[in-house]
Write a protein that binds this ligand. Structure first.
Ligand code: HEM
Length: 380
């Protein structure tokens, strides 16, 4: 049995995760990382099968940060309880429902946001387009009464802040932010008003459960989408040859979105806890061990994606990326998210001629990855 401990500094993982993960994967696809106090799994086949094995690798553990902040929800439960929590939300966001209920709204919202900046000749696309599109879309989707996008953004920022503090190991006594109580008030009045998503959820879930799962929808649907849109702009604006190919053949836009999601998943990894002692690739994972399934690692596994660091519009298996996870917790919002990324790109590249970056835009982050800013200019 080999040694599976790999010393790696968090700063390196944050700033250059792909190179670091690539090196770890080569020798130790199942590696104990002391700095993260857990196992990091980086080979795609292992990540995928562990995501699908919720009996052995569960989210249901008191250490799970989102549950500490929001209370138990689909994101922190497994088995039949997980299905019960997830069911009403998943039903509203299947592909046909998303096409029917959101496609036009999201596209016209993206165009509206772009129209708002078009005459300026310059913008910062994260704050001016990616963020607002994500927030406005989830606000529309949740249909909460008296909750405009600014209110939703405020709740969201509070919740994320609390989750990040918990997941980075900071001890916080009163972890439930006041925003969760405000959200609860709006969920209650929305059910009284008959808003469709929360009212459907309230048929099978308690009020607390509707609130925690609504919070998870918000938590899941803002930062991730904002990051994915920002990442996609960076990918395309730094690759003129890819943009020319897209100009020549617009049918390749779907591939461009997938390839961007594969190369830079905005959620780097998903966290699990081992429910029993188990051997994986010669490493002994003990019951209770913290296990990180690296989406970033899986998405650039060279045995599955040849030449994995290249942005390739013709990669046949790009859509098999694990950016939205797989198995029981596969992202509820993945169809909506893909629609949002595509809508943002199309709106901007159609209406802003000669779009170019005006500064370098490094993508950073240990948990969520995105550029801090995406400053651009175009011809007016
Ligand atoms: C590009 C954007 C997005 C990315 C990269 C992303 C990624 C993910 C990932 C990796 C998971 C799995 C978590 C795990 O296995 O522990 C997940 C779950 C989830 N996502 Fe997303 N997501 C995105 C957009 C959205 C949107 C727009 C929504 C809401 C409309 C959403 C709602 C959820 C929910 C509710 C879950 C929990 C599902 C469960 O535990 O059963 N996500 N997402």
């Amino acid at each position: 049995m080999g040694v599976h401990t790999v010393d790696v500094a968090l700063e390196d993982l944050e700033h250059d995760p792909h190179a670091v993960i690539g090196r770890i994967r080569e020798d130790h696809p199942v590696a104990w990382i002391p700095a993260l106090k857990g196992w990091l799994i980086t080979r795609r086949d292992l990540v995928r099968s562990m995501m699908r094995d919720a009996e052995t690798f569960t989210v249901d553990d008191p250490r799970f940060s989102t549950a500490q902040v929001l209370g138990p929800s689909m994101l922190s439960l497994d088995g039949p309880e997980h299905q019960r929590h997830r069911g009403p939300f998943a039903a509203a966001f299947r592909k046909p429902e998303v096409q029917r209920d959101f496609a036009d709204i999201v596209r016209s919202e993206a165009r509206r946001l772009v129209r708002g900046i078009a005459l300026n000749g310059e913008a910062e696309l994260r704050v001016d387009l990616a963020g607002p599109l994500a927030v406005n879309t989830i606000t529309t989707a949740l249909e909460l009464v008296d909750a405009d996008p600014a209110t939703v953004r405020g709740w969201y920022d509070d919740i994320v802040d609390a989750v990040i503090r918990t997941s980075t190991g900071q001890v916080v006594d009163d972890i439930r932010p006041a925003s969760v109580d405000h959200l609860a008030g709006h969920v209650r009045s929305s059910i009284d008003a008959g808003a469709s998503l929360v009212t459907a959820a309230a048929r099978t879930l308690t009020m607390e459960e509707v609130v925690s799962n609504t919070g998870v929808m918000m938590f899941g649907g803002i930062e991730t989408v904002e990051g994915s849109i920002a990442n996609a702009f960076v990918h395309l604006l730094t690759r003129p040859e890819v943009l020319s190919e897209l100009d020549a053949d617009p049918a390749l836009w779907t591939a461009a979105v997938e390839e961007s999601l594969r190369l830079e998943p905005s959620v780097v990894q998903v966290d699990r806890f081992a429910t029993r002692r188990v051997e994986v690739e010669g490493a002994i994972i003990e019951e209770g061990d913290f296990v990180m399934l690296s989406i970033a690692g899986a998405n650039r596994d060279p045995s599955f994606y040849p030449d994995p660091d290249t942005f390739d519009l013709h990669r046949e298996n790009a859509r098999t990326n694990l950016t939205f996870a797989q198995g029981p917790h596969v992202c509820v919002g993945m169809h909506l998210a893909r629609l949002e990324v595509r809508a943002a790109l199309e709106a901007a590249f159609t209406a802003l001629p000669g779009l170019t970056l005006t500064e370098p835009t490094p993508i950073t982050g240990l948990v969520f990855r995105k550029p801090v800013r995406v400053p651009v200019m175009w011809s007016v």
